[in-house]
Design a protein around this ligand. Structure first.
Ligand code: NAP
Length: 259
């Protein structure tokens, strides 16, 4: 399917690896020029080179922490006028509800709620003026079904979801859509970082921990960055202009709910 977005320009945050890279790759395959971001310059440059070589699109890179004010300023300056924004950042650490301090909550809110909001506030006016834009926020299945040990994530991402629900409807008349993608478990570094401690605590291998987790998912496997990216690219396509303010779960059926 021709997504109809060849030649557009996208800012994909936190995209040297994992789900962000999957989104950047699928957009590049659709002919979209990219601004990619991550903190580590080496992996970022390698990821950008891979997409330039494979798809012949322009790829600019900005090595910066997207959750810091300076990092965001550098990324937004390099990005300039963008048609597509994919927000993403690392997730908060796991823990127990009684251990988190005010500072822990502020850090999680900064990274996973206020950073995507600040990025949207920066790019939405230009998109609205030009009458076309797509924003996809990478959030988490924890918005629909809480993951108890990820309380910081549950809290911050639910706040973002509330903001998007209202804002998406305010910008839709200008041809701009905002939607959220909610990953369930996907085979990325982040998943390994969560499975590792479980394996250690239970005295099993990480493969055993992953197999056990996969067995609880109706699809009986982890998702891939490629299939996640393809869904993101579709949401950014010309065909998705009537999808507004939605929360789309990619979880292999993991959240057991009728709606
Ligand atoms: P990942 O494989 O660990 O990749 C994270 C990417 O983001 C890397 O490119 C990393 O590069 C970059 N990054 C992290 N923090 C950043 C920052 N502050 N500024 C700029 N770039 C940053 O993670 P993932 O699995 O793709 O997860 C992406 C998001 O989805 C996370 O918020 C995660 O919590 C959420 N999520 C993931 C899953 C899953 O199963 N994978 C499930 C639910 C939710 P650098 O480290 O070099 O910056």
């Amino acid at each position: 399917m021709d997504l109809g977005i060849s030649g557009k320009r996208a800012l994909v945050c936190a995209s040297s690896k994992g789900l962000g890279f999957g989104c950047a790759e699928a957009l590049a395959a659709a002919g979209v020029n990219l601004v990619m971001n991550a903190r580590g310059a080496e992996a970022l440059e390698a990821a950008a080179a891979k997409l330039r070589d494979a798809h012949g699109v322009d790829v600019a890179t900005v090595a910066a922490d997207i959750t810091s004010e300076e990092g965001r300023a550098a990324v937004l300056e390099a990005a300039g006028q963008v048609d597509i924004l994919v927000t993403n950042a690392g997730g908060p650490p796991p823990g127990m509800w009684h251990d988190w301090s005010r500072d822990d909550f502020i850090a999680a809110l900064d990274a996973n709620m206020l950073t995507p909001i600040a990025l949207m506030q920066a790019v939405l006016p230009g998109m609205m003026e030009r009458g076309w834009g797509r924003v996809v926020n990478i959030t988490s299945q924890s918005v629909k079904a809480p993951i108890p040990q990820l309380g910081l994530s549950n809290a911050a991402r639910t706040g973002l979801t509330g903001f998007v629900a209202g804002t998406a409807r305010q910008v839709a008349p200008s041809g701009v859509t905002i939607n959220n993608l909610l990953p369930g478990i996907h085979a990325t570094d982040r998943a390994e970082a969560l499975d590792g401690p479980v394996a250690k605590a239970e005295g099993i291998t990480i493969e055993e921990a992953q197999a056990r987790r996969a067995s609880t998912i109706p699809a009986r496997r982890y998702g891939t960055s490629e299939e996640f990216g393809a869904t993101c690219a579709f949401l950014c396509s010309q065909h998705a202009g009537f999808i507004v303010g939605q929360n789309i779960l990619l979880d292999g059926g993991g959240v057991n709910a009728t709606l």
